[in-house]
Design a protein around this ligand. Structure first.
Ligand code: NDP
Ligand code: 2IT
Length: 452
């Protein structure tokens, strides 16, 4: 397949224009560049996609909402945070994507996450558009009552922008079952509607889906295994390094153990633990899910096999497989070089954009199987879409049924990315495969629906 230079010129011009019109949003630029860098072959092969305005529309959110979130702490002091919801693309279904509560959240970060979400959601094959939101609120060290008041204030503005047919938020960093509960309660109170499908990640007893908490981590491990199988291997007996110790990391560890692999590490923003005997899942869950403690406590309580490395990065620990599951740009070129030096075979992104572009290129040059987040971590949002389907039908599926559906969706995503990469002359390149396959699905829907 030859690439027409004019497709590349068109993409380069668009890239410059996006940088000019969205200043000081480096993460958004990074996410857009990574996609535009892979689209030239598909624009050359399918001239209808090169139609002026299509890619431009795809890179411009349909709607961006920014709002004030005032709340009172337990001492009565008033805090003023900023809330965001970026409704990026609804060609395939209602906007769908998580809410992130973290002090680093700003418009550029929410836009990068929303942009990624559009392609990710398309790859699931389900009827969901892409969006993302959140706030620069920091939940660390806040009491349940403070988190509740914050969530209530946040929803008091957000409610007017969302709905089961419009926009369906869920969790992300700093937003889990507790926060979704408070947000749902306030939505129900304001609207006087039992509208279960307005949020996903709900509790099992009130509209949540089985396997939603597990889905992102489980799905990423299934994706890593599918990549290994392409090379005649599987996860049995392989060592793994996992970063993070939140929702995605915990269920990554759980699935690795279930498939006979040996997860050696976990981390949080203070450093990492390495456990020569493999991570003790019960202890990890007790510290992180129940006590909301720090990862150093794991090493203190585990005994001789584990140690805490303050400020360190898990990528210096030798392993067969790496599963970054904390945050964007947590794995740079030096980390990638260390992993390659230590013989890593596969890297699969549980987090969104955790590997820098330089790290990704290094893995690809070294022949390491690399699964980009928009494919590898799509299991979470896929089960969110299954939660919406169950809510709509007023039913609840068994854990076994949801897990089977999840496995089928991850296998479909892997095959789609693999085949698309081959079709466009980039065999084994899951980045190109994921970007083009996601793009084709959204672009077809946008072309059919006219210039809007
Ligand atoms: P959690 O809040 O449950 O956990 C986040 C973990 O990452 C914590 O251990 C946290 O440590 C660490 N972390 C977060 N930010 C930073 C930072 N800036 N530097 C160092 N460590 C950091 O979030 P999730 O597990 O839900 O999300 C993890 C990643 O997975 C994110 O990139 C998210 O976008 C992505 N993702 C999540 C999905 C979901 O369904 N939840 C679905 C798909 C992707 P600390 O507590 O010290 O901050
Ligand atoms: O990044 C993601 O895909 C998520 N945080 C989950 C989104 C969702 O709607 O379940």
């Amino acid at each position: 397949m030859t690439t027409r230079p004019d497709s590349q010129n068109q993409l380069d011009a668009l890239r410059s224009e996006i940088e000019r019109r969205n200043p000081a949003q480096p993460e958004f630029h990074q996410a857009v560049h990574e996609v535009l860098d892979t689209l030239a072959p598909v624009l050359a092969a399918r001239p209808e996609y090169a139609e002026p305005g299509l890619v431009e529309r795809l890179c411009e959110p349909e709607r961006q909402v920014i709002f004030r979130v005032p709340w009172q702490d337990d001492q009565g002091r008033v805090h003023v945070n900023r809330g965001f919801r970026v409704e990026f693309n609804s060609a395939l279904g209602p906007y769908k994507g998580g809410l992130r509560f973290h002090p680093s959240v700003n418009l550029g970060i929410v836009k990068f996450l929303g942009f990624e979400q559009v392609f990710k959601n398309a790859l699931t094959g389900l009827g969901i558009g892409g969006g993302k939101g959140g706030s620069d609120f920091d939940p660390h060290g806040r009491s349940d009552a403070e988190v509740m008041r914050f969530c209530q204030s946040f929803m008091t503005e957000l409610y007017r922008h969302i709905g089961e047919h419009t926009d369906v938020p869920a969790g992300d960093i700093g937003v889990g079952g507790r926060e979704i509960g408070y947000l749902f309660g306030q939505y129900r109170r304001i609207t006087n509607r039992w509208e279960a499908g307005v949020l996903t990640g709900k509790g099992l007893g009130w509209g949540g889906s089985a396997i939603r908490p597990e889905a992102t981590g489980y799905g990423n491990v299934l994706f890593a295994e599918a990549m290994l199988r392409e090379r005649g291997e599987d996860l049995e007996g392989q060592t793994a390094v996992v970063s993070g110790s939140g929702n995605v990391a915990i269920y990554t560890v759980e699935k690795l153990l279930a498939l006979g692999a040996n997860p050696l590490t976990c981390s949080d923003s203070s450093g990492y633990v390495v456990d020569d005997k493999g991570i003790d899942l019960d202890l990890l869950k007790q510290i992180k899910e129940v006590e909301r403690g720090r990862i150093s406590e794991y090493a203190e309580r585990r005994g001789a096999s584990a140690r805490f490395v303050p400020g360190g990065r898990v990528w210096e620990v030798p392993a067969d497989v790496a599963l970054p599951s904390a945050t964007q740009n947590e794995l740079d070129e030096n980390d990638a070089a260390a992993l390659v030096r230590n013989g890593v075979k596969a890297v699969s992104e549980g987090a969104n954009m955790p590997a820098t572009p330089e790290a990704v290129h290094l893995f690809q040059r070294a022949g390491v199987a690399f699964g980009p987040g928009k494919a590898a971590n799509a299991g979470g949002v896929a089960v969110s879409a299954l939660e919406m389907a169950q809510n709509h039908a007023r039913t609840a599926w068994s854990p076994a049924r949801v897990e089977e559906e999840l496995a089928g969706i991850m296998s479909h995503i892997h095959t789609t990315c693999h085949e698309t990469a081959e079709r466009y002359g980039a065999p084994g390149d899951y980045v190109t495969g994921a970007n083009i396959a996601g793009f084709e699905r959204v672009a077809d829907a946008m072309l059919a629906q006219g210039v809007i």
